[in-house]
Design a protein around this ligand. Structure first.
Ligand code: AP5
Ligand code: MG
Length: 223
């Protein structure tokens, strides 16, 4: 594979999806969100989706086995060869090891792992105020990212929006706990490999995007 693999690490609400979509537009890297893939599987009622549904609604992590199967299938598609931003994957040490193995098999490697650093306390508000355009998938927020015209998506003109089933205060707290217990240790893992960068993701969306832009440009230049 010719492209870079960039990992975005961060708890719920850190801005992984928001920033991955912006990087996708600017760098042609493909956003691979395991959360989006799992939500699509739940909606389609596949066996993986049926198994994942209750775990996601409770704010826990879906089994490595299910997540790896879904990611592996997606990574086999040709568009990923130009490079990808992993949004919400890996989330456990097992997933990180499996990613290395998967990439070794296709001649790829992780170019950068970027931790979006935030305060937990602010994340409940970010997640609870979030909604998504049903037409194009663009993410919006009641306070932090409003469309120009209320009720109409700037991107596609759509007027239907959805809110995620797991975006309530109790579930967000569970997701934050899962992040600290199982995913945050990956920050030290990628640091030890010399692949880690950290970004202050308490800044506004544009400032975070500028910091990420610089890191991704350096990674791509060094590839
Ligand atoms: P997933 O969909 O990955 O959810 P998450 O990690 O909890 O993260 P979020 O999508 O909630 O937040 P985000 O960081 O993308 O923030 P966003 O950009 O939307 O996973 C969902 C579930 O699936 C998991 O709980 C788990 O069960 C399962 N799962 C997924 N992957 C898995 C895996 N690998 N292994 C096991 N299980 C897995 O931003 C949030 C809001 O804030 C938006 O409205 C945005 O507009 C706003 N915002 C963004 N940045 C800023 C900023 N800088 N300032 C102000 N507002 C901002
Ligand atoms: Mg997300």
């Amino acid at each position: 594979m010719a492209g870079q693999i960039v990992i975005l690490l961060g708890p719920p609400g850190a801005g992984k999806g928001t920033q991955a979509r912006m990087l996708e537009e600017r760098h042609g890297l493909v956003q691979l969100s395991t959360g989006d893939m799992l939500r699509a599987a739940v909606k389609a009622g596949t066996p993986a989706g049926l198994a994942a549904k209750a775990v996601m609604e409770a704010g826990g992590l879906v089994s490595d086995e299910i997540v790896l199967a879904i990611l592996q299938e997606r990574m086999a598609q040709p568009d990923v060869a130009k490079g990808a931003i992993l949004d919400g994957f890996p989330r456990t040490a097992v997933q990180a090891a499996a990613l290395d193995q998967l990439l070794a098999g296709i001649g790829g490697r992780v170019g950068a792992a970027i931790s979006l650093d935030v305060d937990d306390a602010a994340m409940v508000q970010r997640v609870a105020g979030r909604y998504t355009c049903a037409g194009c998938g663009e993410g919006w927020h009641d306070s932090f990212k409003q469309p120009e015209k209320a009720g109409t998506c700037d991107k596609c003109g759509g007027t239907e929006f959805t809110r995620r089933a797991d975006d309530n205060e109790t579930t967000v707290r569970g997701r934050l706990d899962a992040y600290h217990a199982q995913t945050a240790p990956l920050i030290a893992h990628y640091d030890a490999l010399g692949l880690l960068s950290r970004v202050d993701a308490m800044q506004d969306i544009a400032a975070v995007a500028r910091d990420l832009e610089r890191i991704v440009a350096e990674t791509t230049a060094g590839a």
